[in-house]
Ligand binder design. Structure first.
Ligand SMILES: C[S@@+](CC[C@H](N)C(=O)[O-])C[C@H]1O[C@@H](n2cnc3c(N)ncnc32)[C@H](O)[C@@H]1O
Length: 282
């Protein structure tokens, strides 16, 4: 890969290149399925019975389609032109065009009036891809502004502890990962500078800020979104994808059960690949 270091790990370029891979992500493995199943359980528990839901950073539309199939009106917004095109196709394929509006846009400046939505989703890490702290604050202010009073807000981000563990786990195949640990731990951010310094022209990931669970809680609460629940979506299965892929269905169900039982334990939430916060607009 060539070009500017910033462009190489820019989220819209990265997700444009990823294309259909993002649509496939949530059911391509048992472990990624845990993220989807646990998230949808919280959606079921906290969503109002009906209404208009914003899926901010909704990518190819997995959650938007899940919501539309349950009768919600949905607006999906995403930075990546390619993901927006895939989402439009997936929505049309299921004849859900009446229920789902798909548009390109940025969570740092949402093109919607105040109090527009009955519930707001920002799932799977859009807030992690905003690596500037002030801009993350701006994004959460926007999620707050467009959500009506008392609306639930669901935000999931990439976990900091899990990424540190994963880089250590991958050390034999990916030494550049452990070499960057001191700087990554200092900033909790995989930045263009870090990627360029340790991985040159072949960065391993998209720019990303990795969260501690408490940091996510404080980010939402600073903007008057009162957090009611925090959960680790892969919990104790985080970073063990390969170990649990080929065990039989009964054994996988035992793992899924362990994740469900432990996911709200604060330590488990903090060490998860993805950390979910469910809050309510005050
Ligand atoms: C890992 S995907 C998650 C997609 C989906 N919400 C899910 O949970 O499966 C992250 C998405 O966030 C989008 N994204 C990143 N930064 C964004 C921003 N500033 N505004 C809107 N979308 C953004 C990316 O384009 C990508 O489609």
């Amino acid at each position: 890969m060539t070009g500017d270091p910033e462009e190489r790990i820019d989220p819209s370029n990265y997700y444009d290149r990823l294309g259909e891979g993002e649509w496939e992500r949530l059911d391509e493995s048992f472990k990624n399925g845990l993220e989807f199943e646990n998230t949808t359980e919280y959606l079921d528990r906290y969503l109002p019975e009906s209404g208009h839901v914003l899926d901010a950073g909704g990518a190819a539309g997995r959650y938007s389609i899940w919501l539309a199939e349950r009768g919600y009106d949905v607006t999906l917004l995403d930075l990546s032109a390619k993901q927006v095109a895939i989402a439009k196709r997936q929505v049309a394929k299921r004849d859900l065009g009446e229920r789902v509006t798909v548009q390109q846009g940025d969570i740092r400046g949402l093109p919607f009036p105040a109090d527009e939505f009955d519930a707001t989703l920002c799932l799977g890490g859009p807030l992690s891809h905003v690596i500037d702290a002030d801009e993350r604050d701006a994004a959460v202010r926007e999620l707050y502004r467009v959500s009506r009073p008392d609306a639930p807000v669901f935000a999931s981000v990439m976990g900091f502890v899990a990424v540190v563990q994963n880089l250590i786990k991958c050390a034999p195949q990916f030494e550049a990962g452990v070499r960057q640990l001191p700087e990554l731990i200092e900033t909790a951010t995989y930045s263009p500078e870090l990627a360029e310094k340790y991985e040159g022209e072949n960065p391993s990931f998209v720019e990303c800020h990795f969260f501690r669970a408490d940091e996510l809680r404080r980010l939402l609460e600073r903007h008057e979104i009162a957090v009611e629940t925090m959960a680790g979506l892969e919990g104790p299965a985080s970073n063990f994808g390969a170990n649990i892929e080929d065990i039989d269905a009964d054994a996988q169900e035992k793992v899924a059960q362990a994740v469900r039982t432990l996911r709200e334990d604060p330590t488990i939430a903090d060490l998860s690949n993805h950390i979910l916060a469910v809050g309510r607009v005050e």
